[in-house]
Design a protein around this ligand. Sequence first.
Ligand SMILES: Nc1ncnc2c1ncn2[C@@H]1O[C@H](COP(=O)(O)OP(=O)(O)OP(=O)(O)O)[C@@H](O)[C@H]1O
Ligand SMILES: [Mg+2]
Length: 250
Amino acid sequence: MATEGTPAVELRHVTKRFGDRRVLDDLSLVVPAGRAVCVLGRSGTGKSVMLKHIIGLMRPDEGSVLVEGEDVTALGPRELARVRQRMGMLFQHAALFDSITVGENVAFPLRRHSKLPPREIRERAEALLADVGLAGEYEKMPAELSGGMRKRAGLARALALEPAILLADEPSTGLDPVTSGEIDRLLVELRDRTGATLIVVTHNIPSARVIGDELVFLHEGRIVAQGTAGELDQSPIPLVRQFMQAEGAG
Ligand SMILES: Nc1ncnc2c1ncn2[C@@H]1O[C@H](COP(=O)(O)OP(=O)(O)OP(=O)(O)O)[C@@H](O)[C@H]1O
Ligand SMILES: [Mg+2]
């Protein structure tokens, strides 16, 4: 458990190269517990790579990544699994298991990490699906869902263990505005109810305004702007202002 004042997530001088390209370039970021941070930036600028470092799927070439004070880059598989249980991750492309039903996808973390009896797991998974607007889709296979529905199922799975830290990679991309608004509400509600820390990558500026206490703008592997939406609206960097004005983007 984190002691008071320990940030939920901290990246310290993280550099990650693929070939000779520095995708993350001496990136540092502190996310206090309970804060909702939205990560913005152009395509290919390292946003998903950054999330994968936080959840321990990628390791930095230089620097360290702390989750509730623990350096995840130094952990073995067992310790990493323990830290990961505190986190939920919605992957950019939902990453559902194709060979099991949508409901079983959502139930998966509960079967693996909770001691709930099977019937309660089923009920809980059904309730999670209902929360994301997928009531009654339990028995469908992922391939039978639309892209937006898969994304919502991925979110239900990420929320299953009531994570202390939720990482969401473009939760509302590809969703209609109404559904997208519902996802925003769900994230805000989770934070208000459980005090979870949110790190949300999004191209959806209206939803970043709703969700984010703080917005972080990534460019070429570095944070070039950080602050409230109001502060980024006034950024001296034209690209940042351009982004903030692109209200329709999603
Ligand atoms: N496993 C990998 N191996 C090699 N290169 C990678 C790998 N993962 C990401 N990259 C590269 O790192 C860069 C950043 O990728 P990333 O997925 O973080 O972008 P992004 O900011 O999330 O973009 P988008 O908004 O399109 O999702 C890209 O140039 C990508 O090709
Ligand atoms: Mg991405």
